[in-house]
Ligand binder design. Structure first.
Ligand code: PLP
Length: 504
């Protein structure tokens, strides 16, 4: 494809994307494709002959015919499922530029701009969420930020670094089987996955090396319970090495108290030889809101954390993938992850004056992802980004008020930001599992109809201030954060829920 052809077809593709954004609300939000349908609609064998430029009109038709039916429309303003995956014009243009430059930023030398723009933009965003200087590159100390693909990768990197630090503290003869990690029972499954990948847990049911700490009525980690478990483990000869605080849990956006957790870490009598456990803060979704000063108290105590991450690819107008990960001390990360074969040796690295981000992540290669984040921040400014977050929080509050005004429904968790957990109330004579089933039916009906899309979770049950042992209830999650969601969409969604509850 010549540059001239690329220019013409590129304009056509950008036009297509822009008009997709304009009409995203017209599609059924959740794809109706049946398993195998898209697979079967694509030619069984790769073409021997290229389609050439004439084929492109046909390709756009094929996208409409074969691909679009298999798309769930995350960019629809009526998408309220999971957490959002924001996309915006400046982010896509940054992504396009990154693809066009085709840079591989594994070493500083392989494109100094790829490393140094990333360092600067991570400082911008770190400052914007109120991180202490020690996490920023400009402190010229041992802290700094990097873009990981996902919060799951960030958790894995943090855990690998924590293990390396614990091993180093025991002079290298650490017994991995005595290492124990802690996270709340509401922590994201990526923490368990990290423990599995580190070889700490043998399977998902292995509770010995990853303790899931009980949560309180607000679904945040109970620090006393953390303290009790750590003390028990130390008594039996195990070695706490990693603690994850979740700021904005996936289930209900509950906020673990970083300062209370850090206090427990400081208080328990961990044998001096082992060193302090690594405290990682997973703020994958909620971190975006911390650019607003009113939400920053969620990060109180972060100065005591070893690392923190959040995903601009969720709620900060930056398309996937973009997880920002900061650490106060990168040495354990680099010690754990740096492998240098001869073909990667170079004078810049050896000078010790540059950062090679390959040592901060699992893969060797890396894309120029900071371009999109840079363009997003420059385009909207921090004030524009704050307005985006605040509007969704306002809309979630509005949705919560609408739910509370309808006697058939109830809210099921404290709302901290842009997520409302709610359900149909139990009716007389109904068992808990019948109430769950009625709510699931409501959700399935609404999603199948296609005008909106929302998902569910299970939350522990509290009654009269007491946890009902072993009980969990199904709740519906209304996550308001898609790029183009406005008040009319939220009001419309509520009307759909009401109508659908009526029709049953
Ligand atoms: N942590 C939390 C609290 C999340 O909500 C999620 C995803 O929703 C993750 C981690 C995993 O995110 P990622 O897809 O970036 O790995």
């Amino acid at each position: 494809m010549s540059p001239g052809e690329f220019r013409r077809l590129g304009h056509q593709m950008v036009d297509w994307i822009a008009s997709y954004w304009e009409r995203a609300h017209e599609y059924p939000v959740m794809s109706r494709a049946k398993p195998g349908e898209v697979f079967d609609s694509i030619a069984e064998h790769a073409p021997e002959q290229g389609m050439g430029r004439e084929g492109w009109d046909g390709l756009l038709e094929e996208i409409e015919r074969s691909i679009m039916p298999g798309i769930t429309h995350w960019q629809s303003p009526n998408f309220f499922a999971y957490f959002p995956a924001n996309v915006s014009g400046p982010a896509v243009l940054g992504e396009l530029l990154s693809a066009g430059l085709g840079v591989q930023g594994m070493l500083w030398q392989t494109s100094p701009a790829c490393t140094e723009l990333e360092m600067r933009v991570l400082d911008w965003l770190g400052e914007a969420i109120g991180l202490p200087e020690a996490f920023l590159w400009r402190s010229r100390s041992v802290g700094g930020g990097v873009i990981q693909g996902t919060a799951s990768e960030a958790a894995l990197v943090a855990m690998v670094a924590a293990r390396s630090r614990a091993r180093a503290a025991t002079g290298g003869d650490a017994q991995d089987k005595t290492l124990v990690a802690y996270a709340s029972e509401q922590a994201h499954s990526s923490i368990l996955k990290a423990a599995l990948l580190c070889g700490l847990c043998k399977d998902a049911s292995d509770k010995r090396s990853l303790r899931l700490v009980a949560t309180g009525p607000d679904h945040s980690m109970n620090p006393q319970e953390l303290e009790r478990l750590m003390n028990l483990d130390i008594l039996s000869g195990d070695r706490p090495f990693f603690v994850c605080a979740s700021v904005g849990t996936t289930g209900s956006t509950a906020i673990d108290r970083i300062d209370a957790i850090a206090n427990v870490i400081n208080k328990v009598r961990i044998p001096a030889i082992v060193g302090k456990p690594w405290l990682h803060v997973d703020a994958a979704h909620a971190g975006a809101a911390c650019i607003c000063p009113e939400f920053r108290p969620w990060l109180q105590g972060v100065e005591q954390a070893d690392s923190i991450c959040f995903n601009p690819h969720k709620w900060l107008l930056t398309n996937f993938d973009c997880d920002c990960f900061w650490t106060r001390d990168h040495r354990a990360i680099v010690d754990a992850m740096s492998v240098t074969p001869e073909y990667l040796r170079n004078a810049a690295t050896e000078s010790g004056r540059v950062v090679d981000f390959r040592d901060w992540q699992v893969p060797l290669g890396r894309r120029f992802r900071s371009l999109k984040l840079w363009m997003v921040i420059k385009h909207y400014g921090l004030e524009g980004l704050r307005a985006h977050v605040r509007e969704h929080v306002r809309l979630a509050k509005l949705f919560e008020e609408l739910v509370l005004a309808d006697a058939r429904f109830e809210t099921c968790a404290h709302r901290t930001m842009n997520l409302v957990c709610f359900r149909l109330r139990p009716v007389a004579g109904e068992t808990p599992s019948q109430t769950d089933a009625r709510n699931r039916e409501l959700m399935d009906r609404v999603n199948a109809e296609g005008r909106i899309y929302l998902t569910h979770t299970a939350l522990p049950v509290w009654e009269g201030g007491k946890r009902v042992a072993g009980a969990a209830r199904l709740v519906l999650r209304m996550a308001i954060g898609a790029t183009h969601t406005r008040e009319e969409h939220v009001r419309g969604a509520w009307e759909i829920m009401q109508e659908s509850a009526e029709r049953r």
